[in-house]
Design a protein around this ligand. Sequence first.
Ligand code: ATP
Ligand code: MG
Length: 244
Amino acid sequence: LNIEQEHHEDKDGLVVEYTPGVPVLQSLTFHVNAGERIGVVGRTGAGKSTLSLAFLRFVEAAQGRIVVDGIDISQIGLERLRNAITIIPQDPVLFHGTIRFNLDPFDECPDEILLDALRRTCLLRDESRTDNGGIVMDIRMPGVIGSLEDKVEENGQNLSLGQRQLVALARALVRRSKIIIMDEATASVDFDTDSRFQRSVCTSEFAGSTLFCIAHRLRTIINYDRVLVLDKGKIAEFDTPAVL
Ligand code: ATP
Ligand code: MG
């Protein structure tokens, strides 16, 4: 996988506008390798959400293009595009039912794939520890799910916001999304929950999925491979967190 946002012939890069002549993203040119974890930060209104909408073509590029795996995304069908790229919103929708139903509503996947996605997102309770019983369930901690038949209440109320995002992340892994874009779930949660959530994301294995995490705080994405800093619709910096 190779994600490129550039326009080879035209050095101006990607331009996105909601109103013609009023660019919200301008001159964006960057390249991301498959499997990288990229944090996206910037002030409110900098264009972070717009960038994720451009990936799914909810808003079309006015100039330039987004190239994924060598394919210009404006050239492929919306259904295929939106199967390959998942956005995880701040408060993802979970269904009333089981974890299994939430991960695989059409019952298409073998258990092993579903369990693997839960393991990779640190949601599955440590199986070795379950044996000795007496585990106190702290629903704010990752590793909260015991089995695929665990119940999810209406709107996922029995899970924390961070865990709901992790379930949505697991769902994206089951769907084998190439690109997963998370839109800062963590802005409204306390720092402790935020760091636990990010710790699970950073220790998770995505096996080739490329992850973008839009965050308000730089410290949220301190363990990511690189950080894209947007400022007024332009790239201010794009480097490793250590350099920033
Ligand atoms: P935040 O941190 O507050 O979520 P953001 O970086 O995600 O901000 P965007 O939502 O991408 O920012 O907005 C970038 C700019 O585009 C803002 O100036 C905003 O007013 C404008 N904008 C966003 N959505 C629309 C829209 N649907 N129509 C017109 N302008 C829009
Ligand atoms: Mg936003």
